[in-house]
Structures are given as C-alpha cells and as structure tokens.
Design a protein around this ligand. Structure first.
Ligand SMILES: [Zn+2]
Length: 431
C-alpha cells in the first residue's frame, strides 16, 4: 500500500479521484480477506450443536460444500458443512441458517443494498447505482429477484407484527405519552399491471377493460398542536405507511393492526380521513367506530364542481354560496339548493343524482365548521402525497407492467422504508 502511494504521489499531475478509487478498491480487497478469515474462525470456534431434521431425526454431516459469497467487500470464498437426514433425505446447511444466507449467494449486507436500490428506482438504474456507489456488479434481473424476495420477507415480518397487535400480545404501549390527536387516513391509486392480472376485471378504459389494479395505501400520523396561523400541524416523524393490492376487507384489517401497533389504544382523539368512497366508509365503520370520520374537503369541492359542470358547462364552477354551505357543513341545505336544479330526465339527471348521493351518503362526515373549530385536519393530503411518493414514484412509471406478486413485494419494501423501519427489519433477523 505504502509503496503504491509513493509511486502515485511521484506523478506530476495529481489525480485525486483515481487515487480515491484505487484506495477504496485496495481497502475492499483487504477487507474481503479479513472477512473470509473471520468466517473460518467463527466456524472453527462455534459450539457444535445437534442438527435435527424436520421429521425429528438427527441429521449427520455429509462433508463440506463450497459456495461463493458476494459481500459488500467483494467476493469471499465460503465453505460449510452439509447435513442430511438418513430417514427422509432432507438436507440442511446450518451455517447458512445462522448467517442468514440460506439459498442465496448474496450476503445480508448486499441483499439489503439490492433491496433498497431496487425499491428506489427501476432495476436497470438500480444496477448502475450499485456499481457506482458500492462497486457491486449485479444484473438488473438479480436485483429484481432479490428485492422482491426481501420485500416478501418484510411483508411476512409486518404481518407477524400485525397478528401480534391484533391479539394484543407483546405490545408494550407504543407510545409512553398519550397521543392527543391520532389520524388514520387511506386512499387508493391505480398501477399498471400485466394483462393476465386483469382477467375479468372491469376498468375505466373506453371499451370497459382495465389496465390498472388499485393499490390501497394507508397511513397513521399524529398532530402536534397548531402552527402560527392556528392550523393543525403534523408531527413530521410520526407518519407510517401500510399498503397492498388486496381486497378492502383485508386492507381494513391491515390498517386496523397498524393503528393498534401505533398506539390507537392510547389515543385521546381518533380521526379517520378518507375521500368518501364507499369501502372507505365501511372500513371506518367496521374498525374505527369511535373515530371522528372526516371526508376530505378537497374531494368534496371536486364533486361540487362536477355538479356545476353537469348542470351548466364544462368550464362551470360551483357558486360561492354552495361552497360556503359546504364549508359550513350544511349539507342538507346544499342538497336542497343543488337539487332544485335537477333536470326532469336523461343522462344528466342520472349523473347528477349520483353526485348528490355522494353528499347525502357522506353528510355526517362533512361537518367542516365543527372540525375547524376543533382544529382538526380536514384534508387527506398526507395519504395522497403518500400515493404519489410511496407508490407512484416507483410503481407508476411509463412502460411498467407489474405482476401483483411483484408489486406487492416492492410496496411492502417501500412502506417499510418510508415508515423508517427498514433498520428494524434487518435487526429482527439477527436475534
Ligand atoms: Zn428427516
């Protein structure tokens, strides 16, 4: 090393960047050697255990097998004992199990980088990033495979925690202090999927076919008082996300479990924020019957504009008097005012009744004056931003066609990362 440094420094024009990358390469090579020795040392000194088969039989060693490992320091040769059951011929590599490298040649550190990179950008881009940032040469296909495998492990970890939360076991209070204002908000967003994932589904295309499947995304956050103007303020680090392409029933339980995990039981005031879609009301009524359910004010504005457009023209805006009634939460008056305009028949009557139905069905969740008085959020902006960042930025790019299985794995990964829990996931694998 020292001689190399002297030789490099003797050159007339310095090339700092080339020096850096040479040193980094040398440091990696040296580190890989030490890591290899560490593995051998660990194997030699680890206490010998009796290895049992799933069938209960004692397994016996069948000699050593080699496999190359790719680590964050580079390739490291690795050999370990293979055990087999004489009864049922099942095989096991106990050292692989202890090191968290079962059926993979990538170290946990490399898998973590692959999963993170693959969750952040398209797999081709991720491969370039890993090569550039970490000196790792891996194929895009491999990143896809590993990122999705890690995503499924994350989903399993999350679902175990959900089960625990639902059963109320192992749950020390999620928060030592009581949580004054506890928000639960959820929404859906479509992502493009492969044709075979759409068989028999009706969609929004002109011929009635579908191109997308809906990802349901939910978030939990808390409010920390008010800002200078007296508007509610979100605790910036408090937001966690859950999501999947799944039925609204399953999603309801997912959302409920996350709320429990976050301390629903200690919440002084629980608020559910949605866009007023029917299944959202069902989830709110089923899992959060005690909560104040608020329908997003901005969605309500949009529906008001739609009514104006049906009645008058594409460019029409809702009259100010209607908007005032909406903001006052006076939905019955709003309905009677807008209802006076109802045409006698035809398609526009049908569309109008549908829009009025939206207000009639959600009237109890539109008491906006009361919510303002209580200084509550009346917009579902947090979950909508989540739909764009957590889901859209990775899963809705042009030319993409997801399988539901692949998309759900990446969604699990991204929810975990955006909730600031990826570290916890890896820590949980060691214990
Ligand atoms: Zn066996």
């Amino acid at each position: 090393m020292r001689r190399l440094a002297a030789a490099l420094a003797a050159r007339q024009t310095p090339d700092f960047e080339a020096w850096e990358s040479l040193m980094l390469q040398a440091a990696r090579q040296g580190g890989a050697g030490v890591l290899g020795s560490l593995l051998i040392h660990w194997q030699q000194h680890a206490p010998r255990e009796v290895i049992l088969c799933q069938c209960g039989q004692r397994m016996s060693s069948r000699g050593r097998r080699a496999k190359g490992l790719l680590t964050t320091l580079g390739r490291v040769p690795f050999g370990r004992a293979f055990y087999q059951c004489q009864q049922c011929h099942q095989g096991r590599f106990p050292d692989d199990e202890r090191l968290d490298i079962v059926r993979t040649t990538y170290s946990p550190g490399v898998r973590r980088l692959m999963a993170r990179a693959g969750s952040q950008s398209q797999f081709e881009q991720a491969a370039e990033d890993l090569s550039c940032y970490a000196g790792l040469k891996v194929q895009p296909r491999e990143i896809e495979r590993v990122a999705e495998a890690v995503g499924r492990e994350v989903e399993q970890w999350l679902s175990d925690q959900q089960d625990q939360a639902l059963q109320g076991v192992g749950t020390s209070p999620a928060s030592p202090q009581p949580l004054p204002k506890f928000y639960i908000s959820f929404d859906g967003t479509g992502i493009p999927v492969r044709k075979n994932e759409l068989v028999g589904r009706r969609g929004k295309q002109t011929d009635g076919s579908a191109r997308t499947r809906e990802v349901k995304l939910g978030c939990v956050f808390t409010q920390v008082g008010l800002d200078k103007e007296g508007y509610p303020q979100r605790d910036p680090d408090s937001t966690t996300y859950v999501g999947a392409i799944e039925s609204s029933t399953l999603f309801g339980w997912r959302m409920y479990a996350e709320a429990l995990r976050r301390g629903l039981a200690q919440a002084q005031e629980v608020i559910v924020l949605t866009d007023g879609a029917r299944y959202n009301r069902t989830i709110a009524q089923t899992h959060f019957p005690e909560a104040v359910h608020i329908v997003d004010l901005f969605h309500a504005y949009e529906h008001l504009t739609l009514i104006a457009q049906i009645l008058w023209s594409q460019q029409a805006k809702a009259p100010q008097s209607w908007r005032d009634l909406l903001e006052a939460g006076n939905i019955s008056r709003l309905l009677s005012k807008a209802g006076q305009q109802l045409p006698a028949s035809g398609q526009s009557k049908k569309s109008l009744l549908k829009q009025l139905g939206y207000f009639a069905n959600n009237a109890a969740q539109m008491r906006y004056a009361e919510y303002r008085e209580k200084r509550l959020f009346v917009g579902s902006g947090v979950v909508e931003a989540g739909c764009r960042t957590v889901i859209g930025q990775r899963l809705k790019q042009s030319g993409m066609r997801w399988s539901v299985r692949g998309a759900n794995a990446i969604i699990a990964l991204r929810c975990c990362i955006f909730s600031g829990r990826f570290e916890d996931f890896w820590a949980s694998r060691v214990s």
